[in-house]
Unconditional design. Structure first.
Length: 323
């Protein structure tokens, strides 16, 4: 059961996944999104795939095909392929006579991966909170909170942890066109936790920094290359450039499962392009001439030299030393 993020904050609706197709639909339509949450969902998706493959003698082949379909549902978030790899390795290291037997073995693995993600988020929070001073206003982009992870959050985990420590922290959430993860999701989950949050249009961020209203920027990550270049939601890179212009520390908070040592730099990170309709329409209303083309890249890459530190479950690293 996934809290359907397409309808938040106006409706809290649950989306039930019964099979691999439902999982892939949920990932692609962003019923669930955010790199770590995508990974956790993929792990449960493997269990559903095993339950589905229970028939025929060639269940192993059918199952491997489903794992590959899940793995390729979205291209940028490293946690997706990582989670499927963890599940596949667990499968290959044992011997299973049938798919239901494997499903029984896999379910606690998926639950463990889910619980681990929450534990890791809290460790990221514990390291990150030392970088936040009481009285700080933290700008964040997209949603790297409980909704984007197994629970608690990466960037918002840092904020939550600082607040739990008794610090006074305010958040500016940039709205994050076109899916509005900042306005809809970050504002929703922080308001529920009584953490002061204010939403700003994406294009207001320069002015807010110029006015001295932003003390730190903390964002999540979808994939971190070996050299520390970081892919995150489209609009992150301009925030990093602005932060450098105004000498504002710019931090990335992410678990090691987001780190992709096989990809040497940001140039090689695949950037998802999504349906133009996400840009052309707002709340069902066409907001531009129908036949005009749009760009809808879902992510951009922030070069490592603009990142002050990467906050992980093993401590805070300079981007260049992470590998
Ligand atoms: O397209 P999305 O909403 O899946 O993109 C999510 C982001 O870019 C998040 O900032 C990132 O995954 C970090 S989530 C802890």
């Amino acid at each position: 059961m996934l809290l359907d993020q397409r309808y938040l904050p106006s409706k809290e609706e649950w989306f039930q996944c019964a099979d691999t197709d439902d999982i892939i639909y949920a990932l692609q339509q962003m019923v669930i999104r955010g790199a770590p949450a995508i990974g956790v969902t993929a792990a449960y998706g493997c269990v559903l795939a095993a339950l589905q493959a229970k028939g025929g003698s060639n269940w192993e082949e059918a199952l491997e095909k489903s794992l590959q379909d899940i793995e390729h549902a979205r291209p940028t978030a490293a946690n997706l392929a990582w989670a499927v790899r963890v599940m596949r390795q667990a499968w290959r290291s044992g011997s299973f006579l049938s798919a239901p037997e494997l499903a029984d073995f896999w379910l606690p693995k998926a639950q463990g991966l889910h619980e681990d993600d929450i534990r890791v988020n809290k460790m990221i929070g514990a390291y990150g909170r030392d970088l936040i001073a009481s009285g700080d206003t933290v700008m964040t982009h997209c949603n790297a909170g409980a909704l984007a992870t197994g629970g608690y959050g990466t960037a918002l985990g840092v904020v939550r942890s600082a607040v739990e420590q008794g610090k006074e922290v305010r958040v500016i959430a940039s709205e994050t066109r076109p899916f509005l993860q900042g306005a809809r999701l970050t504002a929703y989950e922080l308001a529920r936790d009584n953490i002061p949050v204010r939403v700003a249009c994406d294009n207001a961020c320069g002015l807010l920094m110029h006015k001295g209203l932003v003390h730190k920027v903390v964002v999540g990550a979808d994939r971190i290359a070996a050299n520390g270049d970081t892919a995150n939601k489209i609009g992150t890179y301009p925030l990093a450039v602005l932060a450098r212009r105004y000498n504002i520390p710019f931090y990335v908070a992410a678990p090691f499962s987001t780190f992709d040592i096989q990809t040497s730099s940001g140039e090689d990170i695949p950037i998802e392009e999504r349906d133009p309709g996400e840009v052309k329409y707002m709340t069902g209303q066409m907001i531009m001439p129908r036949d005009v083309e749009v760009y809808n890249y879902a992510f951009d890459v922030t070069p490592q030299e603009l990142i002050s530190g990467i906050i992980t479950e093993k401590g805070v690293f300079d981007p260049g030393e992470l590998a």
